[in-house]
Design a binder for this molecule. Structure first.
Ligand SMILES: [Zn+2]
Length: 330
């Protein structure tokens, strides 16, 4: 019997401070964001060395080369998202925080040199993480035209890099049926759905209870919610759900002694996917590697080494979200 092929997907939510400005401050989280300056090149080197294909879902605003370019891309005021807590809006921060002139002046909000580095590395896909880090569930009362305008702004800035994005990762993994329909109608054909378990259901930012968060944390060390590997997804009405399997949490010193357990849980799921011809999809944010880089890269290296073993033994393949969507639609 022919062995079915397993797939290893990596996606990164590349957002600099745009994805964090409502939940923390630069004084507190700045070092993690600044650390992306070294972490991203280092990740790309690790990927290139092992021929890893990865998807970089990038916030459009960080792709702007300077403030003039950024301002030129903004939607008119009546086409910007509203949220119950307006601090969730990147436009609020553009008006109320000091956003610098360009990447030299403000490495926390501009990242064009990193985008170019990703582009130069073989087998890396630049994808969409929305233009403004748009929240589909928190912003569910916004008119659909607002998301459409956001997608248009993302397309505009991506094209200045010669990139046509076709995969999308939703900020905070907030996805609704309507969002999917709009994205499909605007050039997207793959998205990263949430892990298929009630712990990982899309919720509003304020509705992540302590209990759920505690269980999710525990789930990284012991198997509570399952392996989250799955057979090659089907193209459903023009969209392929390249579901997440696992978030690669940043290293935490206080739980450092449990790291072997956490890595084992990831590797077991990868092995399960490789043996059964299924998909394992690992994701994280580059800023998760911004501090404690030695420990975080040690973990990544051990995961990539494990992948190599699965590649040699079971023919597991490293693919981007776009590549999964292509294979699924064949
Ligand atoms: Zn994000």
């Amino acid at each position: 019997m022919e062995q079915r092929q397993g797939y290893f997907v990596i996606s990164l939510d590349f957002e600099l401070f745009w994805g964090m400005s409502d939940v923390t401050t630069l004084a507190e989280y700045g070092p993690n964001i600044y650390g992306e300056r070294t972490a991203v090149p280092r990740m790309l080197e690790a990927f290139a060395a092992q021929d890893i294909h990865a998807t970089w879902a990038t916030v459009g605003m960080l792709m702007a080369r300077n403030k003039d370019e950024l301002l030129s891309l903004l939607p008119p005021r009546d086409k910007r998202p509203a949220y119950l807590d307006m601090r969730m809006s990147s436009y609020y921060h553009l008006e109320n925080d000091s956003i610098g002139r360009d990447e030299n002046d403000d490495p926390y909000h501009y990242g064009s040199s990193l985008v170019k580095l990703i582009q130069k590395t073989p087998h890396q896909e630049i994808a969409n993480h929305t233009f403004s880090h748009y929240y589909a569930v928190d912003g569910h009362e916004n008119d659909p035209a607002i998301l459409i305008r956001d997608l248009e702004a993302h397309r505009g800035i991506a094209r200045t890099y010669g990139v046509e994005t076709t995969s999308i990762v939703f900020p905070r993994n907030q996805v609704t049926q309507e969002t999917l329909r709009i994205c499909r109608d605007h050039g997207m054909d793959a998205y990263r759905g949430n892990e298929n378990h009630f712990l990982y259901r899309a919720r509003k930012t304020g509705e992540q209870s302590r209990f759920i968060r505690g269980l999710r944390l525990l789930d990284h060390y012991i198997n509570i919610s399952g392996q989250h590997t799955y057979p090659l997804p089907k193209n459903e009405a023009g969209m392929v759900n390249v579901q997440a399997s696992r978030f690669l949490r940043p290293y935490m010193k206080s739980l450092g002694f449990l790291e072997p357990l956490r890595m084992l849980r990831i590797k077991r799921a990868m092995t399960h996917a490789a043996k059964n011809g299924e998909v394992f999809h690992l994701w994280w944010h580059p800023h998760n590697f911004g501090i404690n880089q030695e420990e975080n890269f040690k973990n990544l290296t051990s995961i990539l080494t494990h992948f190599k073993k699965l590649q040699d033994t079971y023919g597991m393949k490293s693919v981007t979200m776009k590549e999964i969507a292509t294979i699924s639609s064949e």
